[in-house]
Design a protein around this ligand. Sequence first.
Ligand SMILES: C[S@@+](CC[C@H](N)C(=O)[O-])C[C@H]1O[C@@H](n2cnc3c(N)ncnc32)[C@H](O)[C@@H]1O
Length: 240
Amino acid sequence: MVQQTTLDMTVRAELMAERIAARAAQPDLREMVLNVWSLIKRDCHVEQVMDEVKATLTRGEPYWDICCVLAAYAELCRPDRYLEIGVRQGRSAAVVAAIHPEVELFLFDMWYPDYAGVPNPGPNFVREQLQAVGHCGQVHFVTGRSQETVPAFFAAESQSRQMQLITVDGDHRDEGAMRDLQNVADHLAPGGMLVFDDITHPKYPTLHQTWKTFLAAHSNWSIRENVRDGTGTAIAIKPG
Ligand SMILES: C[S@@+](CC[C@H](N)C(=O)[O-])C[C@H]1O[C@@H](n2cnc3c(N)ncnc32)[C@H](O)[C@@H]1O
């Protein structure tokens, strides 16, 4: 009986991972993401990704990235709470907020000045981005180094405040990324989705191995990875 339940949970997680990856790749979902980005202030990086995404639609090519999987999960699962490590100008958080406006957001960033060569203005700017896409849920900003702020946040919270959706897209150094992944893993709700970005980013050639090492301790989670598009994105669904 116990074995059967475990099997059921694993099968459900596998089905969910398949459903999210399939939905993330659909052209109309990409159109939805582009529509969200058309509502926010965009730096040169977002403009460049928009051009790339539009080109995949014109050429009829498959494509999915961090924002596509976030959009798919927000649409299909309507999470109560979303935690994001690495917010920058709010591009990815805005996608979740636009598709599920009531979602409660927990946004962690140290607002590294001029991250990737463009301004990284911080919470007030991101708040405006979220308002621009119609977010009406609560939003909590936690400023500081995530390897310290995330454990402190959860130490101060009750166990019941698990997150259905979590993105780790902050510190891209192996040690920092691993600590972020480990610090959120227990706080992902059963059936929830963890998103890890940039697994094929040429600037971070060992990040994919960091993700694989993390997964070795979570071998029953259902994984999908896209190493074909953009800078590579991975998702993991926790059984439940
Ligand atoms: C790649 S950007 C996030 C992009 C965003 N998720 C998106 O898709 O548009 C990374 C962000 O992580 C932040 N960051 C980097 N290292 C960090 C750390 N150790 N703690 C907290 N934030 C960090 C940077 O300030 C930057 O805003």
